[in-house]
Design a protein around this ligand. Structure first.
Ligand code: ADP
Length: 511
């Protein structure tokens, strides 16, 4: 017997670290997701009515609950991703930062904007822009950050007054399902946040029901979602892949830069869209830099360490297919002449890809062109700044980047030339987590931004312009009837006020 479309089936979740079954979620059909969305929509008006301060209070209560359940939730993160405990802990840090920031600024970010009218004729009016949320925001997230990933976007949407239907990745759905259960059942917050589970079809159902979509994931899926959103005439914001370059100039602090190259490429086992994937080093310091990176990467401890022990630096690959991509890229690079100085393959037992250092790479190799999303760092020597910039920009991606030099003017110059949504100077990855500034991708790395102060909330809102008359006269000059005297007078006045010289003001013919 075949199951009907909406007969729920289960999706099993396995731990990448040790292969054990850690949970099961329902593969929800489109009808069930539609029902969830209907319920969210009916709860949304009261949520919007509550105002920013009221909503912020609920978010802070949710944060209290998250912190009270930190150990249990991070164990869940760890068991569905195989992360090191340190990487899992980062996810709670993201939740803390984002909730506090948007809760604290909610009222300010959502305040009405009073605007001065333009032109004398409009000076009799009062202009105001107020914002109203998209009633239902769809949030679709990938598997690399089951808690921190959705948190980066759900908070802005809830603060805005939207209801949110969120769909975590089918690979790592457990933590988010629990965190949204906490919102509903433990915090007893208004029922404006729901988690729906399933794979691509469930994601498509979210897109079909939402009024605005926030998506993080692959370019391929992002494009499919953008097409569907265009058909539905709803906006979407997409944070997609990255191939982030790091440029190390000869005058850089090599000790610091090499540590950043290792951390920036290996944190979360390299499974971050903003991880360092390509390093361009000026020739005079290339050898020193390479040996520092290799030595530091060789010292990394890999495994899924005991909760709370903080004894491993780097964890597992979440999916087998991603591990295959990393292996294929390493093999391709070596076949084309790259030197493998460290790692290069899976370790036996668990899904752990060894910390890997590839050098003497070039742009004919997949590891310099395609997203790797694994614990590898590929280093290439460059002649000078110009070559570094040309290579850094030779990519379909443009998410984040970093430049390393002791000269602030050089750093400024390089930053202006890099085609990427953010540039960190003498640091890696940090630009992403500065909540007051926008984080977004150029080129195939995305459309729109997240965070960015007020914009992180306003992106979930529609602007409503309100124009009020100061004096309500019986009639307006532009209203009917049209007549030669009145209409000529209006046209003359417009010319008098708008022209920039006397000949034109007076309507004299040109010479
Ligand atoms: P990855 O598999 O690398 O995480 P994807 O872009 O395939 O990247 O997946 C990211 C998220 O998008 C997941 O939650 C996934 O279920 C969802 N998804 C996949 N295909 C679609 C689709 N066609 N429409 C909506 N969501 C989708």
């Amino acid at each position: 017997m075949t199951a009907s479309i909406d007969t729920p089936t289960g999706i099993n979740v396995y731990c990448p670290g040790d292969g054990r079954l850690v949970g099961t979620v329902t593969d929800m059909g489109a009808a069930a997701i539609g029902d969830v969305c209907t319920q969210l929509r009916s709860a949304q008006p009261a949520w919007e009515e509550m105002g920013p301060a009221g909503r912020a209070t609920w978010l802070l209560r949710w944060l209290d609950w998250l912190l009270d359940n930190e150990q249990r939730l991070l164990e869940m993160v760890q068991s569905e991703t195989g992360k090191s405990w340190a990487d899992a802990s980062m996810e709670m840090a993201v939740a803390i930062d984002v909730i506090n920031y948007f809760a604290k600024n909610a009222e300010k970010f959502l305040a009405d904007r009073v605007v001065k009218p333009a032109g004398i004729a409009n000076s009799v009016r009062r202009l105001r822009v107020q914002v109203r949320p998209y009633p239902l925001v769809g949030l679709i997230t990938p598997w690399n950050g089951p808690l921190g990933g959705p948190m980066m976007d759900v908070v802005g949407a809830l603060v805005a007054g939207a209801a949110v239907v969120s769909k975590p990745s089918e690979v790592t759905p457990l933590t988010w399902a629990e965190v949204t259960r906490g919102w509903r059942d433990e915090v007893e917050a208004p029922p404006v946040l729901a988690c729906v589970t399933g794979a691509a079809a469930a994601g498509a159902a979210v897109v079909d029901n939402a009024d605005m979509v926030m998506f993080t994931g692959s370019v391929r899926t992002g494009r499919a979602i953008a097409v569907r959103c265009a058909e539905r005439l709803i906006p979407c914001s997409l944070e997609l892949g990255g191939k982030d370059p790091m440029i190390v100039l000869a005058d850089a602090d090599l000790e610091r830069a090499s540590s950043a190259a290792v951390w920036g490429s290996m944190t979360n086992a390299g499974q971050a869209c903003i991880s360092v994937e390509r390093v361009y080093v000026e020739a005079p310091v290339y050898d020193t830099f390479v040996s520092l990176v290799t030595e530091k990467a060789a010292g990394l401890r890999q495994g899924m360490d005991a909760p709370g022990s903080f004894s491993c630096d780097i964890g597992a690959m979440v999916t087998a297919s991603q591990a295959d991509i990393v292996q294929r890229q390493v093999d391709d690079a070596v076949a084309k002449g790259a030197r493998l100085l460290l790692g290069g393959s899976m370790k036996p037992g668990g899904r752990f890809f060894e910390p890997t250092v590839l050098v003497d790479v070039d742009h004919s190799m997949a590891c310099m062109r395609e997203e790797t999303f694994g614990p590898t760092v590929a280093i290439m020597a460059v002649r000078d700044e110009d070559e570094a910039i040309a290579l850094a920009n030779d990519s379909e991606y443009g998410l984040s980047s970093s430049v390393w030099t002791r000269d602030p003017r050089k750093a400024q110059r390089l930053a202006r030339r890099i085609e990427a949504g953010s540039v960190s100077v003498n640091n890696a990855l940090v630009a992403t987590f500065q909540l007051p500034i926008p984080m977004g991708g150029w080129k195939n790395s995305g459309v729109g931004t997240r965070f960015g102060g007020a914009r992180g909330v306003l992106k979930y809102c529609r602007e409503q312009s309100v124009v009020e008359e100061r004096f309500a006269l019986k009639s307006e000059p532009l209203w009917y009837p049209v007549g030669p005297v009145k209409s000529r007078l209006i046209a003359k006045a417009a010319r008098m006020l708008g022209a920039h010289d006397w000949r034109r003001r007076l309507g004299r013919p040109g010479r």
